[in-house]
Write a protein that binds this ligand. Structure first.
Ligand SMILES: [Zn+2]
Length: 466
């Protein structure tokens, strides 16, 4: 029986996509649109007005407009999102990752461990007011060109559309805006139902956040009982195949509860996917109780205290970078892997930073590291190309890393980050096409079929026999 394997083509897998229900998506989109508008304001209010500044601002206004249209029409169910993605990635299996967005707005105050930071809703309104007047100023400047006036008018229109949108009752009830609403149980239920009805097509990852106290208990000896989490796994009768971590939401990768989880996952070969990039959403809190390590000035610092962040502005790029660096620098993941060197973990997005290869190089060095006997130190460390929307970045990742070390080519995974990636794309077809332009059919087969199957512990054809 052993060799009687059926000859059939194995299906490709998108190991990083999202079928969040609409409430999470809308909240994330709102943040990213406001950030686009803010970036345009920064570009246009600079002293020297060059054609390249105008071009960037025009591009941002196009992105903001398409995201806004997307936001307003993104009220689909997870099932419809799944069907939609299936129309682009035909024949694929999907690994949708949950996101526990509830904690974005939480921070410590007084004796209560986690309460709402500020009124995020009124902060957004005030920010939109600022944006409108900033663009009014830019457009009314004596030296403003016709083009700059035109762009300013466009952005004031976008700001007023956002104003109208966030004033609606449906928006006030979003979990992100109204932190008394916890949408996580509904998100879990919807994805579980979808996965159970498509067990061969959907391999979901469960979102973990050490602030969600229902996911664990602390035993008398101070150790963590994580059974509420591990029973979510398919290997234990649940619907999920692995865990998703998104530490910039406001926790350290080395939180003791997570260290217990890594221990379990390493022993049972359970895959973890961790967001590692300099963009995306981060906590909205200015101060947070953090237990575990934070990265500061080139080294790790162990803390169990309220941590104060420097950047207070809700929509500043620096705020996102600061939170990402403190809570998600690859050095933190290196600490985790030093304790659990055989942990099967995908440090997603290949550590992509907007303006540097620092994190990408860091992850690459970790992947390359070897023991004295020549074996790899972290043999189950993977990365993915999710949300690498720029053709030149994808090409750089391919040429500088992927092709240079044949022994590491089995650690790269295809992922789309669908629907998050749509913010940066005109058409999802462009995303898929980019991969076919950069990767040869054999290479694409490796990152989308063979490697994901190994990562997800699915059977592989025993092609190594000689
Ligand atoms: Zn993602």
């Amino acid at each position: 029986m052993g060799n009687a394997k059926e000859k059939q083509t194995l299906r490709p897998i998108d190991v990083h996509c999202h079928f969040f229900n609409r409430k999470e998506v809308s909240a994330l989109m709102l943040i990213s649109i406001i950030r686009m508008v803010k970036n345009a304001e920064i570009i246009l209010s600079g002293k020297n007005s060059s054609e390249s500044n105008n071009r960037q601002a025009r591009q941002l206004s196009r992105n903001a407009r398409s995201s806004l249209a997307f936001l307003m029409t993104s009220m689909h169910s997870p099932k419809r999102i799944f069907k939609k993605l299936s129309s682009y990635e035909k024949g694929f299996i999907f690994a949708p990752l949950m996101l526990d967005i509830h904690w974005l707005t939480q921070s410590p105050k007084n004796k209560e461990p986690y309460v709402r930071q500020t009124d995020v809703f009124s902060t957004i309104h005030a920010e939109l007011d600022n944006i409108s007047s900033a663009f009014q100023h830019i457009g009314g400047r004596r030296d403003a060109t016709l083009e700059q006036r035109r762009i300013s008018v466009e952005f004031r229109r976008i700001a007023s559309s956002l104003h109208r949108l966030v004033s609606k009752k449906t928006f006030r009830d979003l979990p992100f805006i109204n932190s008394s609403i916890d949408n996580f149980p509904q998100q879990e239920q919807q994805l579980t139902e979808l996965a159970l009805s498509h067990p061969n097509d959907i391999l979901p990852f469960y979102a973990v956040d050490p602030r969600r106290s229902s996911h664990f208990s602390i035993k008398d000896d101070g150790s963590y009982d994580i059974e509420p989490l591990t029973r979510k796994l398919r290997i234990n009768g649940g619907a999920f195949v692995g865990f998703k971590l998104y530490t910039p939401c406001g926790y350290s990768p080395t939180h003791p509860m997570l260290m217990t989880l890594y221990d379990y996952c390493e022993k049972h070969n359970v895959p973890i996917i961790a967001h590692v990039s300099g963009s995306g959403v981060t906590t909205l809190a200015n101060e947070l109780h953090i237990e575990g390590h934070v990265y500061l000035d080139g080294r790790l610092q162990q803390v169990n205290e309220v941590w104060h962040f420097d950047n207070k502005n809700l929509f500043a790029r620096d705020r996102i970078l600061e939170h990402s660096e403190r809570l998600n620098h690859p050095m933190l993941w290196e600490y985790v892997l030093n304790h659990f060197p055989h942990l099967k973990i995908n440090l997603a997005h290949f550590g992509h930073l907007p303006h540097s290869l620092e994190w990408t190089n860091y992850i690459w060095r970790m992947m390359c590291r070897r023991n004295a006997d020549g074996s790899f130190l972290y043999p189950n460390l993977y990365t993915d190309f999710a949300n690498i929307v720029s053709l030149s970045t994808l090409s750089e990742f391919h040429d500088r890393y992927f092709v240079t070390e044949p022994l590491l080519q089995n650690r790269f995974l295809y992922g789309s980050d669908y629907y998050m990636n749509l913010v940066y794309l005109n058409d999802m077809n462009d995303y898929v096409d980019n991969f076919h332009r950069i990767f040869s059919p054999e290479e694409f087969n490796l990152i989308s079929v063979i490697n994901p199957r190994r990562f997800l512990s699915l059977p592989l054809p025993d092609d190594k026999e000689s």
